[in-house]
Design a protein around this ligand. Structure first.
Ligand SMILES: [Zn+2]
Length: 295
């Protein structure tokens, strides 16, 4: 949600008014339906979910630490979803959460489906070896029977549940294993959704439909940090150390910019919205005194 103070001052001696970000600002980041952005992002989200399911099924036989693995799957999926939001400039929260839930469903379901396909492939390989053995040693091999391949994903999961899996030193079967799979699915969902909530809290310009990006960042001395804090109306602790700042602006610079100032000695990061005039004042101070500034 953009808070436009709109009344910035050109007098550099006067502090600029500011509005802090609400902790629930992600719910209101943009209530406007964005058809073009959604048409680009939703297919990306579904593709990312399906790809994550495939990747998880491939990696699982070699590396799948309990609890950690589903969280990693969810976090990777979330990173892909957030990257898509930035590229597509989508900020419509309902679309984002609906797409993320569908992507997580595809990731969890896809992981089981591709595990089933891997089991089918393994079964086919075993059958091929058995056929070779039959041709070489007909009497011996005819007594060997290859179990039939699972008829579908659900049948495969049922067979796996009957067979059981070792969890925390115990062999878990039946409902216990189904419950474990449900818990893993919840972990994937939570790990995929929570970072999205954080990502949607980033400022978004509803005029030019773009996420704010850091246009300037760097470190400043204690004296300059104090001056910036004063001009932006931020609290100014008595600090001997310097500070670090970031100036977040939208793509076309049409809306207010968010100025963030953190202190080397710790403490809460100060945030202030700057209109065009206040931004010029802050930029003048930074141009004069910034140390190690990055463009
Ligand atoms: Zn803008």
């Amino acid at each position: 949600m953009i808070h436009d103070n709109g009344q910035g001052t050109t007098d550099p001696r006067q502090p600029t008014r500011h509005v802090l970000l609400s902790p629930f600002s992600f719910l209101f980041v943009s209530s406007r339906w964005q058809a073009a952005a959604a048409a680009a992002w939703v297919p990306w989200a579904l593709l990312a979910g399906a790809a994550m399911g495939w990747l998880a099924a491939r990696v699982q036989p070699y590396f799948a630490p309990l609890v950690v693995f589903p969280v990693l799957v969810g976090l990777l999926l979330s990173m892909a979803l957030i990257a898509g939001l930035r590229v597509c400039s989508l900020a419509h929260a309902p679309t984002t959460f609906a797409g993320a839930v569908l992507a997580a469903v595809l990731a969890v379901g896809g992981q089981h489906y591709w595990s089933y396909r891997a089991a089918c492939d393994a079964q086919a390989g075993a059958q091929a070896n058995l056929d070779k053995a039959r041709r070489a040693f007909p009497d011996l091999a005819n007594r060997l029977m290859s179990p039939p391949p699972p008829a579908g994903t659900v049948e495969y999961l049922r067979a796996e549940a009957d067979r059981g899996r070792k969890l925390f030193g115990h062999r878990v079967r039946g409902r216990g294993l189904w419950s474990w799979w449900a818990l893993e699915a919840v972990l994937v969902f939570v790990a995929a959704i929570l970072p999205l909530v954080w990502a949607l809290r980033r400022p978004y310009c509803i005029r030019c439909h773009s996420w704010h990006r850091a246009s300037r960042s760097g470190r400043v001395s204690a004296a300059v940090a104090s001056e910036l804090a004063h001009r932006c109306g931020l609290p100014c602790p008595k600090s001997a150390g310097g500070g670090a700042f970031r100036l977040l602006t939208c793509r076309s610079g049409c809306g207010p910019s968010l100025f963030e100032l953190s202190w080397a000695d710790g403490g809460e990061t100060g945030r202030a919205w700057l209109d065009a005039d206040a931004r010029r004042v802050v930029a003048a101070v930074l141009d004069r005194d910034t140390l190690n500034s990055e463009p």
